[in-house]
Design a protein around this ligand. Structure first.
Ligand code: FEO
Length: 170
């Protein structure tokens, strides 16, 4: 049976992952509104990634005899000044999620919850990838600057992103 302190922290993380999904869905709508269907697609795939993260914590909590609690979520922003501003906001958000995963890991170590610690190792690695991927796009947009054709080329690249559920090793 999982300790209440850990279960509460995991429930908070479930909410954060669901908020992430909503934030990226909102960004997808923004990109669609400025006719960048590839950027919008990239964000839609990100929604699936975040839902996957949330469900991993949800299923883990159930497996440990805990009770997932579904909370009300704050509404995400709906407007950004530019594609760069939206991706910079996404990068900042991912950094805050990394911090949250790190704190959760600190708690699991403090409580000697080895199983939760093992689960979190996957998320620690995942966050390295999450930050790197988003930051790469931030830097590409900066390089492109005011060169419209460059944004269209990047839009075409981002249109090709598909969701591949991560393979989880036991
Ligand atoms: Fe679930 Fe993008 O971190």
């Amino acid at each position: 049976m999982i300790k209440t302190t850990i279960a509460d922290a995991i429930n908070e993380q479930i909410s954060k992952e669901m908020f992430s999904a909503n934030l990226y869905l909102s960004m997808s709508a923004y990109f669609q509104s400025v006719n960048l269907a590839g950027f919008a697609n990239w964000m839609r795939i990100q929604v699936q990634e975040e839902t996957f993260h949330s469900m991993r914590f949800f299923d883990y909590l159930l497996a440990r005899g805990g009770s997932p609690k579904i909370s009300a979520l704050a509404a995400p922003e709906s407007k950004w000044d530019s594609p760069l501003a939206a991706f910079q906001a996404a990068y900042k958000h991912e950094q805050s999620i990394t911090e949250s995963i790190n704190k959760l890991t600190d708690l699991a170590i403090k409580e000697s919850d080895h199983a939760t610690n093992i689960l979190l190792q996957w998320f620690i690695t995942e966050q390295v990838e999450e930050e790197e991927t988003v930051n790469e796009i931030v830097e590409k947009i900066k390089l492109i600057g005011d060169f419209t054709a460059g944004i269209i080329m990047l839009d075409n690249e981002l249109k090709t992103r598909v969701f591949t559920p991560p393979v989880i090793k036991a």
